[in-house]
Design a protein around this ligand. Structure first.
Ligand code: ACO
Length: 324
């Protein structure tokens, strides 16, 4: 059975940067109070990239995909599989993956979306790994892409300050050496209410609530506990100790969540890849974007062991352990 290795990464952020001060000034025009100090202290976020209204997730995803293909030295024709993790698809259908495929100018490879909110990328990566290891794909493109700005209630300061838009991608290719060492995916649907956008389209109308809602403190606790447990489990599966990790690339929700997990696992802060200060929380895009930053700036290098972790609505969480 072949192994699956990450052979390239790519990322794309919309050009418009909105600092905490910019956002606070904008909210103030609607009588909503927030500040750079509050946002920075509670979350670690200093700015986010926000797409222009009407920007499609497939556009961001395609830009990240092209960068990852280029980095891997592959052409789109060589792909057997395209998976897009997103909670903000362009359409109900066809899938965003099919739209990316068309943007890349190719046809034939399997293409579908995965919906696991902020865990979407690790779900998609574990799925692609299974395809490659089963011999059903030789080269897979795995993308996390979101335009979360379109599902935020910009009058709700408890949520609108937390998120940004963007896309990240990796190419996963069959190899003789591992690669993906182990993966764990979990969900607890009973916790769906703590983080949701519980709207739908029926009879030509939007029914329910189209905006993201969150019980921040419940999410905080569940995120810390589930990711700490998941990190230990996936390391056990691969027969390594957590202390042997070179890097951890966690979902970029909140610096306090990351620091808690790091402390519980005994991982020094320097081993955490952190981009949330610049990107904010880009949901399914956050892990591949952070991976791409550290891959390109030379921190993540061949031979290293890297833990990728996602957590989010559903409630979902997961870990993928990777040898670079
Ligand atoms: N600016 C100023 N004040 C604010 C803001 C804001 N942006 N947001 C909330 N407040 C106020 C609240 O109204 C409240 O005021 P009150 O006491 O007068 O009612 C006060 O600040 C405290 O509010 P809490 O919600 O208790 O604040 P908390 O310390 O829990 O911080 C936060 C909120 C940052 C969301 C925190 O709960 C958190 O980080 N949770 C994790 C959730 C998360 O990261 N979600 C991201 C999406 S989920 C995911 O990706 C996994």
């Amino acid at each position: 059975m072949p192994y699956a290795r990450i052979t390239g990464t790519g990322g794309y952020l919309p050009p418009r940067v909105v600092s905490n001060d910019d956002l606070a000034a904008d909210l103030a025009t609607r009588g909503i109070e927030t500040s750079d100090a509050w946002i920075t202290e509670r979350t670690g976020i200093r700015q986010r990239h926000i797409a222009d209204p009407g920007t499609k997730t497939s556009t961001l995803a395609t830009a990240a995909a092209r960068a990852a293909l280029d980095n891997a030295g592959l052409t789109a024709e060589q792909l057997d599989l395209i998976i897009v993790a997103t909670s903000t698809p362009d359409f109900i259908f066809p899938s965003t993956a099919c739209l990316v495929q068309a943007n890349l100018g190719v046809g034939g490879a399997a293409a579908f979306d995965v919906q696991a909110v902020c865990s979407g990328f690790v779900y998609a990566l574990a799925t692609a790994d299974a395809f490659v290891r089963a011999g059903r794909a030789r080269h897979a493109l795995v993308i996390g892409a979101e335009v979360f700005s379109g599902i935020l209630d910009w009058n709700d300061r408890r949520t609108c300050v937390l998120f940004g838009d963007g896309a990240g991608a990796v190419v996963l290719s069959a190899a003789d050496e591992p690669g993906i060492l182990a993966a764990r995916l979990n969900a607890d649907g009973r916790q769906q209410h703590i983080l949701c956008a519980a709207g739908s389209v029926a009879g030509g109308q939007v029914t329910g609530d189209p905006f993201l809602r969150m019980d921040g403190q419940a999410v905080f606790k569940l995120a810390v506990n589930s990711l700490t447990r998941s990190a230990r489990e996936v390391c056990d599966d691969a027969g390594i100790d957590v202390s042997e990790l070179d890097w951890m690339v966690p979902h970029q929700a909140n610096i306090r969540i990351l620091n808690f997990i790091g402390r519980k696992l005994g991982l020094p802060e320097e081993k955490l890849i952190v981009t949330l200060d610049r990107h904010a929380n880009t949901s399914a895009a956050s892990v591949p974007l952070a991976l791409d930053v550290a891959w390109r700036d030379g921190r993540i290098r061949p031979g290293q062991t890297v833990l990728l972790q996602g957590v989010g609505g559903g409630f979902t969480w997961g870990s993928v352990l990777v040898k670079i």
